[in-house]
Design a protein around this ligand. Structure first.
Ligand code: FES
Length: 320
């Protein structure tokens, strides 16, 4: 079961660079000058932006560095986190963050790693590329972007990764378009696929990996935002630890129903992507709506995301 820590770290924004017209690169260091906790490639941190406004961003620098570096897209269609960052976080300001958590780790036994970042989804891939290079592992880094001018980190990636970097721009013709089925089919046996980016892009790449015959344990992904459908029939939820039983209405989430009854659920993204709320299922069958658990974990039906998932049975008993 995923643990969520409520301990926070105060950091100072040491450097902010507007890398493109809509991507800000932020470099964070501990406000008290102490060392920040170490992180692995694929890890993210929560930024506590304002009361009730907690957002996850991937760490994009090389593991082992003393700072945390983020790349944040100003997305006016998101739920306010990125707009808040772009409007309010200036060099020298201090904010609270969580310690790094990694739900998107590299597999130690990949024969070769296909890293595919779409747009701002390049950020965890950069940390992965640094980690794989440091360990002498075989990899290639594919960066898909609408255009060259929209692609942050380009100069660094070209300098650091040379011909392991493959660029795919929507406006640069068919010859350089990403063909993920061909890429996966053409890769050596034992290759692992890693993808991060907008939801539709990820669905396409993940589906391509499956179509190419990659086994499920060799397909890794992290959604950073997602449309979740929380609609459905009413059902009953028992919070076993708290001894509370609630009815979850058609337009309500389990977390909302529990909160209304005074049961605290650790929430962060409320979109089924971050894993903060994952809890154990003691009885009943969940109707998984999240993008966090793997297909195998969903099939086990022994844990679920109460921020968005519902029930296939009339009653669920959760270890909350
Ligand atoms: S709060 Fe993020 S997965 Fe539920």
């Amino acid at each position: 079961m995923t643990m969520h820590t409520t301990d926070t770290i105060k950091v100072r924004l040491n450097r902010r660079e507007n890398a493109t017209d809509d991507v800000a690169v932020l470099e964070l260091a501990a406000a008290d000058g102490a060392a920040l906790p170490a992180f692995e490639a694929g890890a993210h941190i929560d930024l506590m932006l304002a009361p009730g406004l907690i957002r996850q961003y991937s760490l994009s620098n090389a593991p082992g560095e003393a700072v945390y570096r983020l790349g944040i897209l100003n997305d006016p269609n998101s739920r306010g986190g990125s707009v808040h960052v772009h409007a309010n976080l200036e060099e020298g300001c201090e904010i609270e963050i969580s310690a790094p958590r990694n739900h998107f780790p590299l597999s130690p036994d990949a024969a070769h790693s296909l890293l595919i970042g779409g747009g701002i989804g390049i950020t965890p891939m950069i940390a992965m590329a640094y980690a794989l290079r440091a360990s002498g592992a075989s990899f290639e880094l594919h960066y898909c972007s609408r255009s060259e001018s929209k692609a942050a980190f380009l100069a660094e990636l070209a300098r650091e990764f040379g011909d392991r970097l493959v660029l795919h721009f929507d406006d640069a013709g068919d010859a350089q378009r990403l063909d993920p089925v061909a890429l996966c089919k053409g890769s050596v046996a034992g290759s692992h696929l890693y993808v991060c980016g907008p939801g539709g892009f990820m669905d396409w790449v993940i589906g391509s990996g499956r179509e190419a015959g990659l086994p499920e344990p060799q397909i890794h992904f992290e959604y950073f935002s997602a449309e979740v459908d929380t609609a459905g029939e009413a059902f009953e939820v028992v919070a076993a630890q708290s001894g509370v039983t609630v009815q979850v209405g058609g337009g309500q989430t389990i977390a909302q129903a529990l909160k209304a009854a005074g049961v605290k659920v650790e929430l962060s993204c409320e979109q089924g992507v971050c894993g903060s709320c994952i809890c154990d299922v003691l009885e009943g069958v969940p109707d998984h709506r999240d993008h966090f658990l793997s297909e195998e974990e969903k099939d086990d039906n022994d844990q679920m995301a109460p921020c968005c998932s519902r029930a296939k049975t009339e009653r669920l008993v959760l270890d909350i």
